[in-house]
Design a protein around this ligand. Sequence first.
Ligand SMILES: Nc1nc2c(c(=O)[nH]1)N[C@H]1C(S)=C(S)[C@@H](COP(=O)(O)O)O[C@H]1N2
Ligand SMILES: [Mo]
Length: 321
Amino acid sequence: MARYRYPVIAESEVTPRELFRQRRRFIQGGAALGAAALAPGLLLPSSAYAWQESLADRLEGDLPSRGFAGGETLTHRKDATAYNNFYELGVRKSDPEVYAHKLITDPWSLTIDGEVGKPGTLALEEVLKRETLEERIYRLRCVEAWSMVIPWVGFPLADLLKRHAPTSRARYVHFESIHDPENLRGQKSSILDWPYREALRIDEAMHPLTLLAVGMYGEVMPNQNGAPIRLVVPWKYGFKSIKAVVRITLTEERPVSAWMEQNPEEYGFYANVNPEVDHPRWSQARERRIGERGKRETLMFNGYAEEVAGLYAGMDLNEHF
Ligand SMILES: Nc1nc2c(c(=O)[nH]1)N[C@H]1C(S)=C(S)[C@@H](COP(=O)(O)O)O[C@H]1N2
Ligand SMILES: [Mo]
């Protein structure tokens, strides 16, 4: 497939890969000098930032890049990192960026358990070492009727799941986010029963479009976007794409996700993007693309029908919303 070309717009508006790299080198150089000049004794042990450093190094290299958004213009990085839903950091769209530093991501480990032959808890650097990273450009459609186009960096969830040998009883995959109410101000509110939890059917989880993302716009994932590792399921409403994942559990029974538990009338298990199935409080027929004027028509399965419609053959999508 042809390598995706970044849109040609003002340099201040978009950060193409080469610029990301230059900026990162500059920041790293500056940070190292500053730290050394300040207090050599306070330098962190080299293991403290193990996963960030090795990931940043890998992102310097040439990753394969594939566009899955019909060549639509990328959302400006600034919008994608300043207009977020990450309720652990607050409910306003601007909160996640403001409170991003409250999400402590190092050290980070990931547990894979439940219906697997090879369960385990691994340091994030061990998880990443095993996987081949790539860039994927996907549409992201929030249930609130806005959308973006984001260049993620990650690897197929299927690659990770297969390493842990799902048993024949594994029918669903459950995901859990970080639980840290001391630091995450949003977890003091009762808007959800924390931690944030989501789930997929096993065939959805194994689908080649389903990613675990560790970066975006060629850089390590910003905290407000769900660092250090988050799910991306491009044909479903954004709330399925759970951020800051600490645990993945394969199950026989269908799990109840945090939003379903909070309001089952409004948030179904499937949450497939569908212009014909309205949210009880608003239409899903059209959407606002962040950075554009006017509205766009919402696409069935967010434009991924060719790839995923078969997963739902014979199902009534009004009933299984
Ligand atoms: N842990 C967690 N994951 C989450 C959320 C959240 O509040 N907490 N919000 C979801 C919603 S509603 C959307 S639209 C996407 C937004 O992802 P973005 O901020 O990277 O665009 O994250 C999803 N994942
Ligand atoms: Mo969302």
